[in-house]
Design a protein around this ligand. Sequence first.
Ligand SMILES: Nc1ncnc2c1ncn2[C@@H]1O[C@H](COP(=O)(O)OP(=O)(O)O)[C@@H](O)[C@H]1O
Ligand SMILES: [Mg+2]
Length: 250
Amino acid sequence: MTEMLKVVDLHAVAGEREILKGVNLTVNEGETCVLFGPNGSGKSTLMSTIMGYSSIKVTQGKILFKGQDITEMTVDQRAKMGIGMMMQRPPNIYGVKLGDLIKASSPDNGETILKDASKFKMQNFLEREVNVGFSGGEIKRSELLQLTAQKPEFILLDEPESGVDLENIDLIGNKVHDLLYDSSCPGKQRHVSSLVITHTGQIMDYIGADRGYVMRDGRIFCSGRPGDLLREIKENGYGECDGCQQIISL
Ligand SMILES: Nc1ncnc2c1ncn2[C@@H]1O[C@H](COP(=O)(O)OP(=O)(O)O)[C@@H](O)[C@H]1O
Ligand SMILES: [Mg+2]
């Protein structure tokens, strides 16, 4: 199986603190992997580091994307290579209209996706500044519209269902599904790979998941079948998870 993303012994610092303390993780081509872990364990930091945000400094290890070392690349270089991210808490972008951002980030100047804005219930937001005054559900739909516009090959989803009501979860779940699966393909094979952070597992009902990872204190502690891991976490919490005592090493 071709490795789409490979994270090797990744250490990273944010502020003065080491947040990632030797992360090892792989996502194969066409795979959907979920990442579980308690608050503050470093999940969002891991995604930001994979995307290349400058607030985080890699001190050791590397990130490979489609076999190429991207550890030192800038965010825009990574985006051009096909990595996209839906952030947990994206910033407001004052002075930039959502429609203009979408035109700038899509390969066809937004022609296809802007016609579909109503399917994301975003048609009345294109003239508004990105995220400014948006509700929780509107922010998530806006992020997903931007992500879809980018036509990524690999997506990072940071808690796509958090703070979202049931109706919006359904829309977001279906749109993430459409992003991952090529509907024109017989058997509906996934053509986009992903790493998804979830606490509730709700998003898994829409996209399925091949493998789960559990993160604790800046390391991946164990991996396994996503449904089994979620059940174990729901029953025993993160601290008591007897089956998960082994840090994933190289
Ligand atoms: N820029 C930063 N400066 C200092 N600490 C940070 C920074 N970003 C994240 N952290 C800290 O890193 C830890 C992990 O955060 P995060 O990756 O957001 O966890 P998770 O997504 O698993 O809840 C938290 O204690 C958080 O406060
Ligand atoms: Mg987080």
